[in-house]
Design a protein around this ligand. Structure first.
Ligand SMILES: NC(=O)c1ccc[n+]([C@@H]2O[C@H](COP(=O)([O-])OP(=O)(O)OC[C@H]3O[C@@H](n4cnc5c(N)ncnc54)[C@H](O)[C@@H]3O)[C@@H](O)[C@H]2O)c1
Length: 480
């Protein structure tokens, strides 16, 4: 009964359910939410959920198409890998998300054996906040079936929450990964700054989820290489060059190489800092091998694989909560909304094309960290200020007849609007990364995409609605 009570008390504070109900897909999670609203009695809530709940934890889609099915499909020839020569097993946590889906397809296409682990909570956030991807995206089950029919490759699917260690253990034991790529976190800074419950949820989900992954590796797959998505935002904007993970300091005549100082600027970014510390500690203490990919802001929607069929299309967020700067500007330009520069617009960050995200992850997996090594790569290809991006989009818009205006809006974040920024990013290049530069892909991969789907844009989602300073303990709705 204590569990019922705690789930009941958290109706207003947790955007997703407690593990007790072991929600295993977005529909059951939504069912639980409506059950929570309909029934005031905890026992009834549980019974109502039980009725709708599928068997907990593991859903697997593993059937392989027949050779006839593959022959029939004209695109099946595009498969690039040789499954017999590469049997590497990669678990992709968060594989239904923006970076994860593109990466899952890319690695599968390269001959890796891929399993996606995801609790589909990102789809639930969209539902709760009234948001929708610019591009229509189909269910994860359809995506995987479509991929199988096109490429002849099977992607296994484990639906569940990595904060539930029992679920994660089963997935590890069943799939036995050689590498784990961990994208499975709440990844929006604004989301983490909506209200207390979202701040708590973000840190709980991200820090406990990652801790569980570390324990699962220790317990079931000691040799497994963890490739963890961090963010360049962990470093903040120091007035010195940003190194790749470590800095050598001489202090009072003594010298040491130490983790580069972190200055996170939201509860989300702070969760990533905590993750990095936990991973570094377990590398030292247990000999875990890990690569922390401090990723810049990702833009674009196309990869070679997602282009193969409309049902493989990736998500494209443009709203004020999940949309990232360049994607947002392109959508704004496409619908004739002025580009919304926050404050002075001198905020400078590292950026990369989604096609480079998938390349970087592949390079990290193919060149694993050594046992006990905590390796850090800064994963971006170019740096731009927000004003630079606005100019680039304005000029690209002109080329296709768009009259793009820019306005400065009050900055909802607490951040330096003019600052020094020079971040190193050589390690992935040394491993063979061949960047797609923004100048070549802006029109092709982002702006034209935004134009293609502009009728799906909800203008109400364009302006920022979450303020770093106004965050409070009271639950908040941001969509209306
Ligand atoms: N998109 C960017 O520009 C960007 C930039 C820097 C770093 N990153 C990092 O890359 C990773 C992926 O980002 P994204 O843009 O693809 O995010 P996303 O929200 O599109 O995808 C994250 C996925 O993880 C899943 N997930 C979240 N919590 C989970 C849990 N407890 N158990 C199982 N699944 C869970 C979600 O359902 C979702 O499918 C994140 O860690 C993010 O911090 C992204």
């Amino acid at each position: 009964m204590a569990h019922f009570a705690s789930a009941y008390c958290n109706i207003n504070t947790y955007p997703v359910t407690k593990n007790f109900f072991r929600i295993t897909d977005s529909y059951s999670a939504i069912s639980l939410n409506s059950a929570l609203q309909t029934h005031r009695c905890p026992k009834k809530i549980f019974e109502s959920c039980k009725l709708r709940q599928q068997k907990p934890s593991i859903f697997r889609a593993t059937a392989t198409p027949t050779s006839k099915e593959i022959e029939k499909n004209p695109l099946s020839g595009s498969f690039q890998g040789d499954p017999s020569s590469k049997s590497k097993k990669v678990m992709i946590i968060g594989g239904d998300g923006y970076c994860g889906w593109a990466t899952a397809l890319h690695l599968s296409n390269k001959g890796y054996e891929v399993a996606i682990v995801d609790n589909l909570v990102r789809r639930l956030f969209d539902h709760q906040l009234g948001l929708e991807s610019l591009t229509p995206i189909t269910s994860i089950q359809n995506r995987i079936q479509r991929w199988k029919s096109i490429a002849g490759r099977t992607i296994q699917l484990y639906i569940g929450d990595i904060c539930d260690f029992e679920f994660l253990s089963e997935a590890f034991k069943s799939f036995d990964p050689e590498s784990v790529v961990h994208f499975g976190e709440q990844r929006s800074a604004p989301f983490s700054m909506i209200d207390r419950s979202r701040a708590v949820y973000t840190q709980h989900n991200n820090v406990i989820g990652t801790l569980n992954v570390l324990f699962a590796i220790k317990e079931f797959s000691e040799e497994c290489h963890l490739v963890k998505l961090g963010t360049m935002g962990e470093y903040g904007t120091p007035n010195i060059d940003i190194e790749e993970g470590y800095i050598t300091i001489t202090h009072n005549g003594r010298t040491d190489t130490l983790p580069y100082p972190k200055q996170a600027s939201s509860f989300y970014h702070l969760s990533k800092v905590h993750d990095s510390h936990n991973i570094a500690f377990t590398c030292k203490a247990w000999g875990i091998r890990a690569t922390d990919l401090n990723q810049g802001v990702v833009y674009g929607v196309r990869t070679d694989e997602t282009e193969m069929h409309e049902e493989l299309c990736n998500r494209f967020d443009y709203d004020g909560v999940f949309g990232t700067a360049l994607n947002r500007f392109c959508v704004q330009a496409a619908v004739g909304h002025p580009l919304t520069v926050y404050g002075k617009g001198g905020q400078t960050r590292g950026y990369l094309d989604i096609r480079d995200t998938v390349q970087c992850v592949e390079l990290a997996i193919a060149n694993p960290a050594k046992p006990g090594e905590f390796r850090v790569f800064n994963q971006f290809t170019e740096q731009f200020s927000v004003n630079d991006l606005a100019k680039l989009v304005t000029n690209a818009g002109k080329k296709i007849g768009l009259d793009v205006q820019t306005i400065s809006v009050p900055n909802p974040r607490v951040e330096a609007e003019e600052h020094y920024y020079n971040a190193k990013h050589t390690k992935l290049i040394e491993l063979g990364l061949q960047p797609h530069l923004l100048s070549d892909s802006l029109l092709d991969s982002v702006l034209n995409f935004a134009i293609k789907f502009k009728d799906r844009v909800d203008a109400a989602q364009i302006m920022p609605t979450v303020s770093w300073k106004k965050i409070g303990a009271k639950p908040r709705t941001v969509s209306v």
